[in-house]
Design a protein around this ligand. Structure first.
Ligand code: NAP
Length: 246
C-alpha cells in the first residue's frame, strides 16, 4: 500500500490516475480548490477500494500555504511515498501578450506553484532517502510557438527544473518522473476542435502515467508517439521555424 499526495486532484487526468490507484488500495491525500468536487471524487475512490482518502482545499496559487499542506498530508498519512502534481491552466495567449500581469498569474500557477511543491517534496524525500515526484508538464514545453508560448515556457521551466531535480536526487534514491502529454480531451481543452489520431483520453494518458511511475521512468511522452513528433519539431532549424505559423 502506498501513500500519495495528489495536487490538482480534480483534474480529469489526475482523477483517472486516482481511480487506478484506488483499485490498488492506495492512501490518497487530495489537494484542490473545489471542496464539493473533492468530496465527490473521495467517495468514488473509496468505493473503488482506496484505503483512506483525505481532502485538503487549497488554491494552489497561495504558495505560503504549501508547507502547511505538506505537513497536514504527513500527519494524516504518517508517511508520504510520492507526490503527483497535475494542476494547470491553459492561458489565453493573446491576453498574456497584452497584459503581463495576466501572463505572470498564468506563469505562477503553471510553473512557480509546481516548483514550490517540488522543492518541499525534494528536501523531505532527500532526507528520507526515498520517494517519488511525478509531475505533468507538456509537449508544449519542448519548443516555444507563437500560439501558446506563455503556457509553453511555464511548462518548459517545469521540465527543466525536474531534469535538475532528477539529477540531484537520483543518487539519494528519489525518483522524478516528467510526464509530457500531447492533446488530451479534458475540460482544459473544452474549446478545441477534437478528434483524430493525435487526441487521447484522460484514461489513456493515466494508464501511461501509472505505468511510468511503476517503472521509475524519467521522462515520458504520452501517448508514446509524441516523442517522435517532438523530435521532428525540435529539429526544425530556427531560421525555418520562425517563419511557420504554429
Ligand atoms: N489537456 C491537455 O491537452 C493537456 C496536455 C498537456 C498537458 N496537460 C496538463 O495536464 C494537467 C492536467 O490537465 P487536465 O487536462 O486534466 O485539465 P483539467 O481537467 O482542466 O485540470 C486542471 C486542474 O487544475 C486545477 N487548478 C487550476 N488552477 C488551480 C488553482 N489555482 N488551485 C487549485 N487547482 C487549480 C483545476 O481545478 P478546478 O477544477 O477547481 O478548476 C483542475 O482540476 C495540467 O498540468 C495540464 O497543463 C494537459
Amino acid at each position: 500500500m502506498k501513500n500519495w499526495i495528489v495536487i490538482g486532484a480534480t483534474s480529469a487526468i489526475a482523477e483517472s490516475v486516482c481511480r487506478l490507484w484506488s483499485t490498488r488500495g492506495y492512501n490518497l491525500f487530495l489537494v484542490g480548490r473545489n471542496a464539493d468536487k473533492l468530496e465527490s471524487v473521495k467517495q468514488d475512490y473509496t468505493v473503488r477500494g482506496a484505503d483512506t482518502v483525505f481532502t485538503h482545499v487549497l488554491d494552489i496559487a497561495q504558495l505560503d500555504k504549501h508547507q502547511a499542506c505538506w505537513e497536514q498530508a504527513k500527519a494524516a498519512m504518517g508517511r508520504i511515498d510520492g507526490i503527483f502534481i497535475a494542476h494547470g491552466t491553459l492561458p489565453d495567449q493573446k491576453r498574456c501578450e497584452a497584459d503581463f500581469n495576466h501572463a505572470l498569474t498564468e506563469i505562477n500557477i503553471n510553473a512557480t506553484s509546481v516548483l514550490s511543491f517540488c522543492t518541499i517534496a525534494a528536501n523531505e524525500f532527500e532526507t528520507a532517502g526515498s520517494g517519488h515526484i511525478a509531475v505533468i508538464s507538456s509537449v508544449a514545453g519542448d519548443r516555444g510557438r507563437q500560439s501558446n508560448y506563455v503556457y509553453g515556457s511555464a511548462k518548459g521551466m517545469v521540465s527543466l527544473f525536474l531534469q535538475g531535480l532528477r539529477n540531484r536526487l537520483f543518487k539519494r534514491g528519489v525518483m522524478v518522473t516528467t510526464i509530457k502529454p500531447g492533446f488530451v480531451d479534458s475540460p482544459m481543452t473544452a474549446d478545441f476542435e477534437k478528434g483524430g489520431p493525435l487526441w487521447a483520453t484522460p484514461d489513456q494518458v493515466a494508464a501511461g502515467i501509472v505505468k511510468s511511475i511503476d517503472k521509475n521512468r524519467g521522462v515520458v511522452y504520452l501517448p508514446w508517439f509524441w516523442w517522435g513528433i517532438m523530435q521532428v519539431i525540435k529539429s526544425i532549424p530556427e531560421f525555418i521555424f520562425k517563419r511557420l505559423s504554429l
